[in-house]
Design a protein. Structure first.
Length: 182
């Protein structure tokens, strides 16, 4: 259950943020102004034009998904809460941007893209809430290759070179044509 909820939460935050960002950059409204004797004037508005912070919150969701991988413990739980808040902001922004907006000549895109943006935000909320609830139980990144500090009073490892390296001698050796790998 732990690994599955971890992967599902990561995928939900990633997919929801991507959907919100994509939906916010699509055309939500097209207003056509007819001009006699000239071509019609088309004014296109995207979700990012109507609510500029939608893109920012979607990118926060993407960055937060990456941060979920790198954190652990209570910090991961806090990050899950922040992701949920970012998702709520995307939903509110999509609803507020669409409310009272005349899609005009945008057709069904004037309805589909705001709904897709709000749906993406809702998916981020779900993933963030799962991370806030269960994030402290999830596996953390491997520390297998991290350097472990030596215990206090332990002898130094044999063969460990503690003397400073003389870089000048190494370069002089190369200048003389000696092979340092031999």
């Amino acid at each position: 259950m732990n690994r599955r909820s971890y992967l599902l939460s990561l995928l939900a935050c990633l997919a929801g943020s991507g959907l919100a960002a994509y939906g916010a950059t699509r055309t939500w409204s097209v207003q056509v102004t007819e001009r006699p004797g000239l071509s019609d004037l088309r004014t296109v508005q995207t979700g990012a034009d109507l609510e500029p912070w939608l893109i920012g919150l979607a990118l926060v969701g993407l960055a937060g998904t990456g941060a979920l991988l790198a954190t652990h413990g209570w910090l991961r739980r806090v990050l899950g809460g922040l992701l949920a808040l970012a998702g709520v902001g995307v939903v509110i922004g999509a609803v507020a941007g669409r409310a009272g907006l005349d899609p005009g000549a945008a057709g069904s895109g004037g309805t589909i893209w705001p709904v897709a943006c709000a749906l993406g935000g809702a998916i981020v909320v779900a993933g963030g809430l799962v991370a806030a609830r269960h994030g402290h139980r999830w596996p953390r990144m491997s520390a297998r290759y991290d350097r472990k500090p030596a215990p206090v009073g332990a002898p130094e490892a044999p063969g460990l070179n503690v003397k400073p390296v003389d870089n000048r001698a190494a370069w002089d050796s190369l200048d003389r044509g000696n092979d340092p790998t031999a």
